[in-house]
Design a protein around this ligand. Structure first.
Ligand SMILES: NC(=O)c1ccc[n+]([C@@H]2O[C@H](COP(=O)([O-])OP(=O)(O)OC[C@H]3O[C@@H](n4cnc5c(N)ncnc54)[C@H](OP(=O)(O)O)[C@@H]3O)[C@@H](O)[C@H]2O)c1
Length: 283
């Protein structure tokens, strides 16, 4: 990770910043001088994480925003709080996400994986977009996954009501992250605000810990996983590096542009997903 102060004067918001990849990215970006805000569901956990990020990065303080991003009302409230707290926003790191082997429904009646992994960053980004545009050059970085390469957007059963499996829902949501990024980049052309997505690599975090069905698999895999700092490296690179300035509409892994699933380049599908998502979040 770069140890320069290249992010001094910049404000960064990280969703899911209380642990795992988000927390490691927060440490990386705060170490470069950024003012960092993190979002998590639990105030105590978020405040403890903020204190640890400040301690490890040497930042004077890390801001905390508390809310359950699976709820659209909470995302809207969080966006209002962020807009009130931050007169400028240079980087939005959409990192929140998870895996559920069993189908759950959110407060809005939507399937949890799609709601949290895709609709939450979709809504938050749109609500913060004017502030990002006013802060240009600015960057929107979304943590997808290599799982996007196995995803399909099932417009006839987006919420997995007819057939649900954890991997089907997760792969779909991570492909949606990439499609959202490509469509967003197209819409932001010429504005100075960029949108990129990334695969962090298989990383040792609390990922899927809420789902006991995944416990054994994660236990077996853990020795082969990368550290959170390594998992955060490409996100930090896209959020901060001069090398990635102006790059938009691309999917990265290990700091390199990678081709994503063929369907992600189909603008009829990405445009349709955007419209369906906008309807689902009431934009
Ligand atoms: N780990 C991997 O191998 C891997 C591989 C590919 C992609 N990814 C992607 O990387 C991203 C980060 O994953 P991770 O491995 O770092 O997971 P993690 O350790 O489980 O961290 C998830 C973060 O999201 C927050 N969060 C979870 N649900 C939330 C909600 N409803 N509202 C607000 N915040 C919520 C958690 O905070 P609280 O619990 O404090 O609320 C935590 O800060 C995800 O998008 C994931 O899909 C991970």
């Amino acid at each position: 990770m770069t140890d320069t102060r290249s992010m001094t004067g910049k404000t960064v918001l990280i969703t899911g910043g209380t642990g795992g990849i988000g927390k490691a990215a927060a440490i990386g970006l705060a170490s470069m001088g950024a003012r960092v805000g993190i979002i998590g569901r639990d105030r105590l956990r978020a405040e403890e994480a903020a204190a640890a990020i400040a301690r490890e990065s040497g930042a004077p303080a890390v801001d905390v925003f508390v809310g359950d991003m699976s709820s659209q009302a909470e995302v809207r409230r969080l966006a209002d709080e962020v807009l009130a707290a931050y007169p400028r926003l240079d980087v939005l790191l959409n990192n929140v996400g998870g895996f559920w082997a069993h189908r759950h429904v959110t407060a809005d009646g939507l399937e949890h994986t799609f709601a949290l992994n895709h609709l939450a960053p979709f809504l938050l980004t749109n609500l913060l977009l004017d502030r990002l545009l006013a802060s240009a050059p600015a960057r929107i970085v979304t943590v997808s996954s290599g799982a996007q390469s196995m995803g399909t957007i099932d417009f006839d059963d987006l919420m997995g009501e007819q057939a649900y499996s954890g991997s089907r829902a997760y792969n779909q949501s991570k492909l949606a992250n990439v499609m959202f990024t490509y469509e967003l980049a197209k819409r932001l052309e010429g504005t100075g605000v960029t949108a990129t997505a990334l695969h962090p690599g298989v990383t040792s975090t609390a990922f899927s810990a809420e789902d006991p069905a995944m416990g054994l698999l994660v236990k077996v895999m853990r020795p082969f996983m990368r550290s959170p700092a390594k998992g955060a490296d490409t996100a930090v690179y896209l959020a901060s590096s001069a090398d990635t300035e102006g790059i938009s509409g691309k999917y990265f892994a290990d700091r390199k542009v990678k081709r994503s699933r063929d369907s992600s380049y189909d603008t009829a599908i990405t445009g349709r997903l955007w419209q369906v998502s906008a309807n689902l979040v009431g934009l």
